[in-house]
Design a protein around this ligand. Structure first.
Ligand code: HEM
Length: 528
């Protein structure tokens, strides 16, 4: 059973919080299946799926190398990777790239999201992919190659002949061929012109028209009916088994189910060194601690959200729910009366994600006595109509909270100033309050910032490198805590929105805090 915090919490947020309250907004690049930021000829959903296939297609499953590892971002200059789709795709993934969401996992999510937005069946999302740090081998299939070559290439990727036909048909239900990139196929090189794989705007829907139109001998697919037969790779592939697989795919339900299965296999083809998680499922009741910080009154501000899954087969209805928390002090004793968590008015406090999953949020905001401290909290969800309350205690131990080191967000800040060469120099200050009894036990110098610095690597995504920086003790002491700072640390302009952890004595004390929240804020002193 799920225990909070989990290693995939952030990916679960990216998958399930698309719109509404506390949205993460991965969907913004695929607001509809046809969406392409109004750039003529661009369809992001199609580009994202094509990018994933090109990244995966250089896998050698017997050798256990390649697969979905984002190596494509280093391979965009190759002839086998024509067009702007790959850089565009990673341009979107860029703002979601963190230590908890690799480029390759985000590319897998891009496929899952595109399938969802375009009306395909749900594709399960496993996570744990690791990003390549350099280009991989060549070997993406190209239209001018013959059937035997393609069959061998797909076999190397782990797909037999039937699966090759299916995967190509599943991919080529979206988008089309760009004239500027493939004039030898389309007979025209006008920028922005696209010959779609399907008639009547059906390339904007994940359906099996690419199959039925092919079987009816009336297809717009330029890889079937193109004037230059050498380039008609879909024609050769679709007919490879005499049409049996294509006839089977003319059944819409069979098409959808095979495509969901094969798209999942496509994104789950990873190097043998990678272990993928089980498919993510919506976490039933999940908390978010937004603030745990010392305030000027010498108490600890403790605020966050309770997120409850409703609808579907949960049996819950958002309007019939309320939530509260209680917390336990450092000694393990329940000290608080229930703290009511309030449903926000913003977006009705609800959010939805891929796969039609819905959540309702409740917000709590309270103060904890600094001396008594806090070690855990429990969540209570009440069904108002029946007055029935269920306690969620995270598998028995409560939802853990560490109050040894507090990240002082208000005392932290980040600024950027323009330098002489026209770029920006950043400066970051992070403040933390450390409980005095913890300093006595460990040397204060062991308090360290672990900063995920973005380092350019000749690709759209930067490499994330952990920069470890010691904190310096300040004179300021409040309520049994001493303030520490990493002051005016120089950061590059690629790192304007990243994350950090804080460790004490080699152990992580504060995790995955976002610096984006600090932008343009000035550090506010903690005055009593
Ligand atoms: C022998 C195998 C394949 C060949 C030769 C091939 C070839 C092509 C070509 C030439 C294009 C036009 C690209 C452009 O102009 O932007 C294209 C588009 C596309 N391909 Fe493939 N493809 C193959 C397999 C696949 C597979 C297995 C998938 C995914 C499962 C896929 C997904 C797509 C998508 C979604 C597009 C549309 C891109 C857009 O509209 O931007 N392809 N393919």
């Amino acid at each position: 059973d799920y225990v909070w915090p989990g290693p995939n919490d952030h990916m679960e947020d990216l998958l399930y919080l698309q719109s509404g309250f506390n949205r993460f907004g991965f969907v913004d690049g695929i607001l509809s299946c046809a969406f392409g930021q109004n750039v003529r000829g661009r369809q992001n959903s199609a580009e994202w799926i094509r990018t994933a296939y090109h990244d995966m297609s250089t896998a050698d499953v017997d050798a256990g190398t390649g697969g979905l590892d984002a190596s494509i971002m280093f391979e965009t200059m190759r002839d086998e990777n024509k067009g702007s789709a790959f850089n565009n795709t990673f341009g979107h993934l860029h703002s979601f790239h963190t230590t908890r969401s690799t480029g390759a996992d985000l590319l897998a999510l891009a496929v899952v999201g595109s399938m969802s937005v375009c009306g395909g069946h749900d594709v399960p999302l496993r996570v744990g992919r690791i990003d390549a740090t350099e280009a991989g081998r060549t070997g993406v299939p190209e239209p001018q190659q013959d059937l035997e070559t393609h069959t061998k290439m797909f076999a190397m990727q782990g797909f037999n002949q039937t699966e090759m036909i299916e995967l190509v048909a599943c991919g080529h239900t979206l988008g089309g061929v760009h004239h500027e990139d493939f004039p030898e196929i389309t007979g025209d090189d006008t920028e922005g012109n696209v010959t779609a794989f399907e008639y009547d705007d059906s390339q904007f829907t994940f359906d099996n028209k690419v199959v039925t139109e092919y079987l009816a001998n009336k297809t717009s697919n330029p890889l079937v009916s193109g004037a230059n037969d050498t380039m008609n790779s879909d024609k050769r592939i679709f007919a490879a088994d005499g049409g049996a697989t294509m006839r089977a795919l003319s059944d819409a339900t069979h098409f959808q189910s095979r495509c969901a299965t094969l798209m999942a296999r496509m994104i789950d083809t990873v190097p043998s060194t990678v272990t993928l998680s089980e498919p993510l499922t919506p976490i039933d009741v999940k908390p978010y601690v937004n603030t745990l910080a010392l305030n000027a009154n010498g108490t600890v501000d403790f605020s966050g959200y309770v997120r409850v899954h409703y609808g579907g087969d949960t049996g819950r209805s958002a309007d019939d729910l309320s939530a509260s928390i209680t917390y336990v002090n450092r000694a393990g004793k329940t000290v608080s009366k229930p703290v009511q968590a309030v449903r926000p008015t913003w977006r009705d406090g609800t959010a939805t994600g891929f796969g039609g999953i819905s959540f309702v949020f409740f917000e709590w905001d309270t103060q904890v006595d600094a001396e008594e401290g806090i070690s855990a909290f429990n969540i209570f969800v009440t069904t108002k109509s029946t007055n029935e309350t269920v306690e969620y205690d995270n598998g028995g131990k409560g939802f853990p909270v560490k109050d040894t080191v507090l990240f002082q967000q208000k005392q932290s800040c980040q600024t950027f100033t323009q330098n002489e060469s026209g770029g920006y120099d950043g400066s970051l200050t992070i403040a933390a309050a450390v409980r005095d009894d913890a300093i006595d036990n460990t040397s204060a110098s062991e308090l360290a910032l672990h900063y995920a610095m973005h380092v350019p690597q000749g690709a759209v995504l930067e490499r994330l490198e952990t920069q470890v920086e010691p904190f310096v003790q300040t004179e300021q002491k409040i309520a049994g805590y001493t303030l520490f700072e990493v002051k005016n640390m120089a950061i590059n302009d690629k790192s304007d929105s990243t994350t950090f952890d804080i460790s004490l004595g080699g152990e992580t004390a504060v995790e995955f805090q976002k610096t984006g929240a600090l932008s343009q804020e000035s550090c506010v002193p903690l005055v009593q």
